[in-house]
Each structure stands twice: as structure tokens, then as C-alpha cells.
Design a protein around this ligand. Sequence first.
Ligand SMILES: [Zn+2]
Ligand SMILES: [Zn+2]
Length: 162
Amino acid sequence: MSTFDRAAWDARIEAKRALAAHFRELDAAVIAAKSRRPARRTRRVTAAEYAPPWSTGRIERKPVAERLRPCVGCGRMTRPSDMTLADAPGTICRMSADRCATCVRAARGPSTAAVVTRPCPSCGRPTRRSDQSVAQAPGTVVRRHGGMCDTCARRRQAEVRS
Ligand SMILES: [Zn+2]
Ligand SMILES: [Zn+2]
């Protein structure tokens, strides 16, 4: 039998709220610094301030094992999207709260939106929406956010992480 620790839960929520407020402030400072006519008092936001919160100990990170859970659709073990395969070998990426991408897409059914292909700004290959299949748009690759193809988006992500 496990007992629910209300105080610990509240403290965790409070820490997350404080952190969200902190990042909102940083975002505002970045926008203010970029504006053509900066307000009188603007400050530079350092990369360290933008560091992931768990890396600075401002928020306690759950152990890896606690962040993994099986997909309710197919039962395969899933990891959160900010975790890599190297962090949790043998897992697949989780797309919604409790399902893998394959099961989320299966539940949604095929996309009925018109097929619009756009070239990847990095490599030039034609891309399609991620919810459309290669059968719907032959010769295309999946488009990730920023309009880049999956490969370029992953490479970019790896560069940002390192
Ligand atoms: Zn699944
Ligand atoms: Zn590309």
C-alpha cells in the first residue's frame, strides 16, 4: 500500500510554477533585448540561465525508471520525448501521455488534409506532414518542426544538446 504524500506533491507543483514563471521572465527579457527600440533597462540572458532546470538542481529530476511506462495501445515500453534511446535502451518514444507515436496515429486515422510538400530548408528534400504517409505523398520524407526533414531536425537537435 502506498500513501499519497500531499505536501511533497504540492511542493513539486509549486516548484514547477516558480520555474515556469522564471522561464517566462527570461523569454520576456530575450524579446526585449531583441526589439529594435529596447526598453531602458534590458539585460542579457545568459545560456546558463536557460540551462535545463534539473541540471542546476532547481528541480529534482525523477529517476529514469520512473519516467518510463508501457504504451497502453501496444504494451511496448516508452520513454518521454526529451530522453534519447541511449538514456533508456530498448524503449520507443512516447507521443501522448500514455501512447507511442504509432498507436496515436492509428487512433487518429489517416490525415485527410491536402498533401502539401515543401523542401527541407537544410537539405532540400521534399517533405510531407508527419501525419501523412509516404503512400499519400510518394518520394517525400517526414517534416519536423521548423520545416526541416526528420534527419536534419535530429542533427540540429544533437548539435543543440552538445
Ligand atoms: Zn503503442
Ligand atoms: Zn533535411
